[in-house]
Each structure stands twice: as structure tokens, then as C-alpha cells.
Design a protein around this ligand. Structure first.
Ligand code: NAP
Length: 446
């Protein structure tokens, strides 16, 4: 339910952005928390700070023509939404997936603004991508697509302007092709223009692992507040991409047991605990299907249809995509005794699911706080690029853990300050918003 003061802002967003349902949802989730903020800081309404924060600074849409290996021509659509630069250059990933459209990119960009603010690093928020589907494409096809995409996008980028990274469908291979084309066009070795680079050419230790590791560190901080730990906990992690695989790795290192993970074709359950070596080989090396895991590991079974959230667990870490965990799934999780839901993905829980978690007393961490480890480590990569430095794995991981614990503390304390102890949704939204709003206000009417 919206506070009377924020309702007009939400109605305006719906009116100005017709059909962009995920964007409406992301804005709605933040505005729901802002009633007490507007009561405390009436100047934000007077100076139209919320209106400004809900309107991207710039939205770029472009054609991406490319040829497949047989010579057939394809036309995709590219996007970059430069949402807010009050705190630093636009920063946020690129997503290559057939479901990508402007509304999805705007929801991701909007969330990114607050997430980046919560890290305490000097980065603004943006997001981009394309409806290109890399699945089943050869390396040469992916390279040609990336080169065409960058040939248009490069003019909008720069280490002080806009710094993309990876997201769904964009990993180290794609970042390599994108960086190569940027360097070729601009004739500049501008390391800080993209993050998620290879370790041999400007990449940072722990960037690959950062989002999944960060979500697990965040979950551990939530448990500590309740006098608990990962020890002996059953954990379900949806997805089997970058976030999920390294989420599973850190859960195991912290003493928990991940018993299930998934891809878009189904999920696997392995009561012995997911075998990380096999999972990495299947998903990261061979880019194969999660069902192959069950073919190779005798203790595992593959479930083709149905929901991974049917698997009983103490901790759920949704790490695949938006709205993958709905009200029914939330009810099942609660019924099976789940105690913690920590979002590795962006907005994986529907508003219904979040309401059910709250009613069931499940501790819930929104993605903009719990999955901020990736972008925080990207900012550390930019820092190393700027100083021509290279940190060790141990130092980088220690910085990541410190940042995730600081984000948790900030959300926790803000929730208490605003009279909603334990409500990390409110804590994250209010703390992130205040940081951005103060900078937007300070920069005058631009
Ligand atoms: P990824 O490596 O491409 O992996 C995505 C995983 O999710 C794959 O297992 C994929 O299965 C599954 N998936 C994607 N779309 C799906 C759908 N519509 N239904 C069911 N499963 C689906 O991507 P990622 O980098 O791990 O990103 C996962 C989530 O984390 C996204 O929400 C992303 O925005 C968020 N995130 C990522 C980072 C980062 O640093 N990478 C940082 C912050 C947040 P298939 O292979 O079958 O498609």
C-alpha cells in the first residue's frame, strides 16, 4: 500500500511508461518505502527529487545488425539506459537475452541506482543489453554480434561517463569481445571503461565470484543478527549461471549445503550437496544443460517441470531472473520451514511473495542490497585500473566481505531508525534513496 504522499508519483510513472510492467513494479517497491522519508524531508517533494529519480537521464536504443555463420543477416535491438549519475559515472551490466526490452532494462537500471548507492562507492546507475540470444551461437557469431553492438554503443561510454559490465548472457567471453572492439574504435587502452575483464588484461580478482559470494556473505550477516549461522543449513539456489554457481561455492565454504539448483529447463536435487566441480564443468565450461549434472552424479535427480521452490530448505537464494518466485512458491517455502530468502538475482520475488515472507516471519533480503557484491567489486576493479594496481584474491575477497557487511548494517540500522526493525526492504530503499536524493538535490536543477 502506498502512502498518500507518494501515490501521485507512482501514478505518473505508470502513465508515462505504458506497458513497462517490470519498471512499474521496481518503482512501486521503492516508493512503498518512501512515505516516512517525505514526511521527514518535505524539500524532496518541493524540488521534485522523486520525479527526477524516476526519469532516466538518457535512454539509448539502437539497431544491431550482424551475420551468422551461414551468412544470414540478423537484426537485434540494443539498449543502454543511463539512469542516474548523481554519485558517479553510470554503472551497470549488459544483459543478452531474448526477453530484453526497454521496460526490463529500465527496471534493472532503476534498481541499480539504489544498489550502487548502498555500496558506498562513487558510481551512478545504468543498465543495457539486447534481445540477442547467445544460446547455441558459435564463438564467432557471439564475437560478430558484440562487435556490432559496441560499434554503436562506444560513443556513449567512457571511464568517467558510463561503464558497463556483464549480466545474464554476458560473461568474460562477451566482455572480451566488447572491450576489444572499444579499444579498436577509440585507439585507447581505457581499462576502466568495462568491468568483468579477464585477469590478464585489467580484470580484478574475485569479480567473477563477487555477486554469489556477496549474497552468501549478506545471508551470513542476517543469520548472525539472529544468533544463527550457515552450519548445517539446507540451501536452495535457483539458476546455474554466474551468480548461482559462486553462491553455491560460498555457501559450502561457510558451512551450509546447497541441495538444488536449476536452469530454464528444470532443476536438480542432490541430497549429498551440489558437487561444485561437476556443476562448473557442465554450466561454465561446456555451457550445457543442468540435466547433464544429474546424468553424471548418481545422487542427483533432474526434475523437468515444477518449481525448485518445492524443495524443502532453510535458506533460499533465488539467483536466476526477475519474478521467478511467486506467491505460491513463497507459500510452499514458508510451509516447508524456510527461514531466510536472500535475493541473488534482481527482483526475483514478486510483490505477493514478499508479502507472504513478511507475514510468515521469514527474514528477507532484497536484491538491491544482497546482490550488490558484483557491482561493488566492479568499482574495486575501476579503482585498480585507475591506479594501475592489482590486488590479491585474499585482499579483494576481504574487501567484498567488508562491503557486504557494511551494506547489511546500513539497511538494518535504517530499518530500525524508521520504526521497522528487521525490514531490510525498507532499510535498503530508504538508505539508497537518501544517498542519491541528497546528491541530486546538491547538483541543482539539471
Ligand atoms: P547467467 O550467468 O546468464 O545465468 C542466468 C541463470 O538463470 C541461468 O542458469 C539461466 O538458465 C537462468 N535463467 C535466466 N533466465 C531464466 C528464465 N527466464 N527462467 C528460468 N531460468 C532463467 O546470469 P547471472 O549473471 O548469473 O545473473 C542472474 C541474475 O543475477 C540476474 O537477475 C542478474 O540481473 C542478477 N545479477 C547478476 C550480477 C552479476 O554480477 N552477474 C550482479 C547482480 C545481479 P538458462 O541457461 O537455461 O537460460
Amino acid at each position: 500500500m502506498f502512502d498518500r504522499k507518494v501515490e501521485p508519483f507512482y501514478e505518473q510513472v505508470i502513465r508515462r511508461n505504458p506497458g513497462e510492467t517490470e519498471f512499474h513494479q521496481a518503482v512501486g517497491e521503492v516508493l512503498e518505502s518512501l512515505g516516512p522519508v517525505l514526511a521527514k524531508y518535505p524539500e524532496f517533494a518541493e524540488h521534485k527529487i522523486i520525479d527526477r529519480i524516476c526519469e532516466p537521464e538518457r535512454q539509448i536504443i539502437f539497431r544491431v545488425p550482424w551475420q551468422d555463420d551461414s551468412g544470414e543477416v540478423w537484426i537485434n535491438r540494443g539498449f543502454r539506459v543511463e539512469f542516474n549519475s548523481a554519485l558517479g559515472p553510470y554503472k551497470g551490466g549488459l544483459r543478452f537475452h531474448p526477453s530484453v526490452n526497454l521496460g526490463i532494462v529500465k527496471f534493472l537500471g532503476f534498481e541499480q541506482v539504489f544498489k550502487n548507492a548502498l555500496t558506498g562507492m562513487p558510481i551512478g546507475g545504468g543498465k543495457g543489453g539486447s534481445d540477442f540470444d547467445p544460446k547455441g551461437r558459435s564463438d564467432a557469431e557471439v564475437m560478430r554480434f558484440c562487435q556490432s553492438f559496441m560499434t554503436e554503443l562506444y560513443r556513449h561510454l567512457g571511464e568517467y561517463t558510463d561503464v558497463p559490465a556483464g549480466d545474464i548472457g554476458v560473461g568474460a567471453r562477451e566482455i572480451g569481445y566488447l572491450f576489444g572492439q572499444y579499444k579498436r574504435i577509440t585507439n585507447r587502452y581505457e581499462s576502466g571503461v568495462l568491468t568483468g575483464k579477464g585477469l590478464g588484461w585489467g580484470g580484478a580478482q574475485v569479480r567473477t565470484e563477487a555477486t554469489g559470494y556477496g549474497a552468501a556473505f549478506f545471508a551470513e550477516a542476517m543469520m548472525e543478527v539472529r544468533g544463527e549461522s550457515f552450519d548445517g543449513r539446507r540451501v536452495t539456489v535457483s539458476g546455474s549461471g554466474n551468480v548461482a554457481v559462486y553462491g553455491v561455492e560460498k555457501v559450502h565454504q561457510l558451512g551450509g549445503t546447497a541441495v538444488a539448483c536449476s536452469d530454464s529447463a528444470g532443476y536438480v536435487v542432490d541430497e549429498q550437496g551440489i558437487d561444485l566441480e561437476v556443476l562448473k564443468q557442465v554450466k561454465l565450461v561446456e555451457r550445457a544443460r543442468i540435466s547433464d549434472y544429474a546424468d553424471r552424479v548418481p545422487s542427483a535427480r533432474f526434475v523437468e517441470s515444477g518449481s525448485i521452490w518445492d524443495v524443502p530448505c532453510d535458506v533460499a537464494i533465488p539467483s536466476a531472473t526477475q519474478n521467478e518466485l511467486d506467491g505460491d512458491a513463497a507459500t510452499t517455502l514458508a510451509g516447508n520451514g524456510c527461514r531466510y530468502v536472500v535475493e541473488g538475482a534482481n527482483m526475483p520475488s514478486t510483490p505477493d511473495a514478499v508479502r507472504i515472507f513478511r507475514e510468515a516471519g521469514i527474514a528477507f533480503a532484497p536484491g538491491k542490497a544482497a546482490n550488490a557484491g558484483g557491482v561493488a567489486t566492479s568499482a574495486l576493479e575501476m579503482q585498480q585500473n585507475a591506479s594501475r594496481d592489482r590486488w590479491t584474491f585474499e585482499h579483494s575477497e576481504a574487501r567484498l566481505e567488508e562491503i557486504m557487511r557494511a551494506i547489511h548494517a546500513r539497511c538494518h540500522e535504517t530499518a530500525e531508525e524508521y520504526g521497522a526493525p528487521g525490514d531490510l526492504v525498507l532499510g535498503a530503499n530508504v538508505a539508497g534513496f537518501l544517498e542519491v536524493a541528497e546528491a541530486v538535490h546538491a547538483h541543482g536543477l539539471i
